[in-house]
Structures are given as structure tokens and as C-alpha cells.
Design a binder for this molecule. Structure first.
Ligand code: COA
Length: 326
């Protein structure tokens, strides 16, 4: 059976690093509060004018190099981002041009922190159906330039970066075994930037006001997140005909170390199977899973034959999971 196998992974983090100590110097917060509540110790920050495509491009190049795939061989580029360079054109097109993928289609996916799992599910469907043979899925987020550093409840949580994977059609039993996606738009107000879209464009009156910032009901999201991780994971495993005991490596969306810990506990997955890089990179939204996966692969934590479980939840609400035989 033809499957979509991940043949290369890549990552990129911008140069500037802000530790929690740096945040202590610009807002009323503390290293202790941030670490205790979230597990975050530092985050990477894009430079002024450094957009999501500037991060997605090197991540995609890195993944192609690891896969040994030439840009001309790519059939499709999917860029998962909540912070596109522009409202349009799509960030995927900017990446397509810069990596020289002249035979590829390109489009963006916005499903917030579940974006990468949605992009991966789409790529898998294209490959399984025989439409495409080589797809690059990028998660790229340049989001700190838009953060309000006076809003400590959200500013401490996020960081910038990108991750990418190359998926290729291959006969055999390695590759993506299943994907599961869920959504519940009635929870849209739990995490939202109200202004800047078609419903409430940025105007002279609201510019710089609270409507242009991230508005988050943190405690409610926290509650939902652990249950949604569990639901997505068990459903994807069921679709793959596997159980939680079969999982060798769990790569969850990196929103909060306490959420990941609680979800892993509910799933009965021991710490040594859980990949966590939130201490170094914070929540990079759509980039979080591909970046953590790339680091796990590069660090030798994922090896051939492993069963890898990816799981996410995020604004929307959205949630999803994928099961991969490496
Ligand atoms: N530094 C110091 N104090 C802070 C703070 C900060 N950065 N942010 C909030 N506080 C304060 C609050 O003002 C509040 O003070 P009060 O009790 O005097 O009113 C106190 O800390 C507790 O705030 P609360 O929001 O109840 O904390 P919490 O335990 O719920 O933790 C989050 C807050 C955001 C860490 C937690 O709710 C969370 O992680 N939620 C999920 C968020 C998420 O995952 N978002 C992305 C989804 S993909």
C-alpha cells in the first residue's frame, strides 16, 4: 500500500533569545511564575521585518536537504501559519519562490496551534489518493512582533520559529498510518484576535487597542486542552488499529508543560516517551510540532520502526492527531 512517509525534517529559530529574566525587566512578571505555570524558560524572537516566510524558507530547505529531494521535485507546499507575511499572497507562495520549487502548487492553512496536524492530514490525503508524490508541509510563525508586551497573561507564552517535513509517496508500511481532526467553533472566543480581519478591520479608532491583541481565557483553555489531547490521540490510534502501549514517541503541541504533563498522565505515557522543548522555545503555535519533531529526529530520539504520535489543540477550537510508523 502506498503511504506518505516523512523522509526529511527541518527547523529554524531566529537568533534573538529573550529569557524570562529579560521579561522581568520589561513587565510585572517573574521567572518563577512563568516556569511554574508554563515550563517556559526562554523564547526566540524574530527581528523587525522578519516574517513567517523568512523562517519557513530555511526550515523547508533544511527538510529538503535531509530528504535528499530537489526543489523541482516538490508537487505541493502547504504552509501552516496564523501569522502570514501578508493577508495575501499566501506565505506558502513566498516560500515556493525562495526555495525554487517551480513545479509546486502552494497554499496556506490556518488552524492555529493545530495547523501543522491539519496540513499533514491534507498532505497525507493528497499522497494516499495518488494526486501528488512529494509534499512539503511547513509550520512557520513570526508572532512576537505582534505581541503586546504590556499584556503579561499572553506575552510570556509565545515564541517564533519554523519546522518543516518532506512527505513522499512510498510503498510499504512505513509512513502516516492515520490522522484525526476535530473542531468546535463555539469555543472561538477562548483564544482570538478580534480585529484585523474582515469582520472588524483595523481602523484609526481601534488600532493599538485591546481588540488588536490576543484575547485568551487561559484557565478554560487549559481544562479543554488535556481532554482534547486525549480524545485526538485515542481516536487517531484507533484509526491506525493501535493502542497507547504501541506508542514509542509522543510529540504534543508545546503550549504549556503542565498541559503536556497532564495529558501524558491521562494517556498513561511515561516522561521518557514525551518530547518537550517548550523550556527553550515557548509556544510557537503552528511551528511547535514540526520543530519538536525535527529536534527529536535530529537528536536520535526517533528511530526507524518507531510509532510516533503527534497531537495538538488550539484556537478554533481545533484539535487533531497523527500516528506515524517511522
Ligand atoms: N506573570 C505573573 N503573574 C501573572 C502573569 C504573568 N505573566 N500572568 C497572569 N498572572 C497573574 C494573574 O493576574 C493572576 O493574578 P490574580 O490571582 O492576582 O488575579 C494570577 O497570575 C493567576 O492567573 P491565572 O490566569 O489564573 O493563572 P493560571 O494558573 O490559569 O495560568 C496560564 C495562566 C495562561 C499559564 C494557563 O491558564 C494556561 O497555560 N492556559 C492555557 C493557555 C494556552 O495553552 N494557550 C495557547 C493555546 S494553543
Amino acid at each position: 500500500m502506498q503511504r506518505a512517509r516523512i523522509t526529511g525534517t527541518g527547523g529554524f529559530l531566529p537568533e534573538t533569545v529573550w529569557t524570562n529574566a529579560k521579561l522581568e525587566s520589561i513587565m510585572d512578571t517573574s521567572d518563577e511564575w512563568i516556569r511554574k505555570r508554563t515550563g517556559i524558560g526562554q523564547r526566540h524572537l524574530a527581528a523587525a521585518g522578519e516574517g513567517s516566510s523568512d523562517m519557513g524558507t530555511p526550515a523547508a530547505r533544511d527538510a529538503l536537504a535531509h530528504a535528499g529531494v530537489a526543489p523541482e521535485e516538490v508537487d505541493l507546499i502547504i504552509c501552516c501559519t496564523t501569522m502570514p507575511d501578508y493577508l495575501f499572497p499566501a506565505t506558502a507562495c513566498l516560500i515556493q519562490d525562495r526555495i525554487g520549487a517551480r513545479n509546486a502548487g502552494a497554499f496556506d492553512v490556518n488552524a492555529a496551534c493545530s495547523g501543522f496536524v491539519c496540513g499533514l492530514a491534507s498532505a497525507n490525503a493528497y499522497i494516499r489518493s495518488g494526486v501528488y508524490r512529494t509534499v512539503v508541509v511547513v509550520g512557520a510563525e513570526s508572532q512576537t512582533n505582534r505581541l503586546n508586551w504590556e499584556k503579561r497573561d499572553t506575552a510570556v507564552l509565545f515564541g517564533d520559529g519554523a519546522g518543516a517535513v518532506v512527505l513522499q509517496a512510498e510503498d510499504g508500511d512505513r509512513g502516516i498510518l492515520s490522522t484525526f481532526l476535530g473542531s468546535d467553533g463555539s469555543g472561538g472566543d477562548l483564544l482570538i484576535i478580534p480585529a484585523g480581519g474582515s469582520k472588524a478591520p483595523v481602523t484609526k479608532e481601534n488600532a493599538g487597542g485591546p481588540e488588536c491583541d490576543i484575547q485568551m481565557k487561559g484557565a478554560e483553555l487549559f481544562k479543554q486542552a488535556t481532554a482534547l489531547f486525549e480524545e485526538a490521540s485515542t481516536k487517531a490510534l484507533e484509526l491506525a488499529g493501535l493502542s497507547l502501549e504501541d506508542v514509542d514517541v509522543f510529540v504534543p503541541h508545546q503550549a504549556n508543560a503542565r498541559i503536556i504533563g497532564a495529558a501524558a498522565k491521562r494517556l498513561g505515557l511515561p516522561d521518557e516517551k514525551v518530547v518537550m522543548n517548550i523550556e527553550r522555545v515557548a509556544n510557537t503555535t503552528s511551528a511547535s510540532i514540526p520543530l519538536a519533531l525535527h529536534e527529536a529526529v535530529a537528536g536520535g530520539r526517533v528511530t526507524e520502526g518507531d510509532t510516533v504520535l503527534l497531537a495538538s489543540f488550539g484556537a478554533g477550537l481545533t484539535w487533531g492527531a497523527a500516528v506515524i510508523r517511522w
